[in-house]
Design a protein around this ligand. Structure first.
Ligand code: NAD
Length: 252
């Protein structure tokens, strides 16, 4: 996947969205350290500052808008790797959800993933690879707080499979379904769910990890390792797959 001094291969260009935080950030840094030329994309300029200092190219863009996505596609010329990690969650009981809630979440979690996968993927050279961030919640019924998010992540699984077929055999497209990864998004979920249910955050966090067979959350760096594997030649015979990354919480 990376520049190989023995063969003189050029460094590969990777586009990573959601790179200002969490899994996207860890993935951008991992790919950078592996020798890729990394374009780190996010709507949050402050979160990109130190990635620029590390050596990433950075682009501030709001992926919920067509203009923002156009700017990413224009800057992605030559890319052979793409990680769609930007995502949002809005927590609300399913029967309170209105159509604008759905559109807000889908604009980032589905439209942007579809659009960037389609436009950047079709321009990739043979050997290109894409990883989309789905979620274990794509496979579970979550009527209490996260139904819109869960349905958006189920859409990511479906579009991953379809683009895998569309781009085969030249470009591979896979997804990862994380369970509990220690990031700002996870902190926000715990705070909001804890407040809604009247449960202290520490208690809620403990109850969630107690349900995980491996007994803990994962770090963003660990998750980035699996994403890097899916992008690498070691996964060269994998496309259209969704890897559970849940510590055993979800096994199907
Ligand atoms: P995070 O909140 O730490 O990072 C998400 C990043 O996406 C942020 O930097 C944010 O600014 C960016 N972003 C959001 N909307 C954007 C927009 N419109 N335009 C550009 N950038 C935007 O979240 P994370 O935990 O690192 O999650 C990364 C991905 O993994 C998400 O798609 C999330 O749904 C998925 N995921 C996370 C977990 C978890 O436990 N953390 C579990 C399952 C799936």
């Amino acid at each position: 996947m990376t520049a190989d001094p023995s063969t003189g291969d050029a460094a590969r260009t990777a586009v990573v969205t959601g790179a200002a935080s969490g899994i996207g950030r860890a993935t951008a840094l991992r790919l950078l350290y592996e020798g890729c030329d990394v374009l780190a994309v996010d709507r949050d300029p402050a979160g990109l500052t130190d990635l620029a200092a590390e050596g990433c190219r950075t682009l501030v863009a709001d992926l919920s808008s067509a203009q923002g996505r156009d700017r990413v596609v224009e800057s992605a010329v030559g890319a052979s790797l793409l990680v769609n990690s930007a995502g949002i969650i809005r927590l609300k009981p399913i029967l309170d959800v209105c159509i604008d809630d759905l559109r807000d979440v889908y604009a980032v979690n589905v439209e942007a993933v579809w659009d960037l996968t389609s436009r950047i993927g079709r321009a990739m050279p043979p050997g290109g690879a894409i990883v989309n961030l789905s979620s274990s919640s794509a496979k579970l019924a979550t009527t209490v707080e996260a139904a819109v998010y869960a349905s958006s992540k189920a859409a990511v699984l479906s579009l991953t499979r379809s683009f895998a077929y569309a781009f085969a055999p030249h470009v591979r497209v896979n997804a990862i379904c994380p369970g509990i990864i220690d990031t700002a998004m996870q902190d926000a979920v715990l705070a909001q769910v804890g407040a809604a249910r009247g449960i202290p955050v520490a208690e809620l966090s403990e109850a969630r990890t107690a349900a995980v067979p491996l007994g803990r959350a994962a770090t963003a760096d660990e998750c980035a390792g699996v994403i890097a594997f899916l992008l690498s030649d070691a996964a060269g015979y994998m496309t259209g797959q969704a890897i559970n990354y849940t510590g055993g919480l979800v096994t199907w």
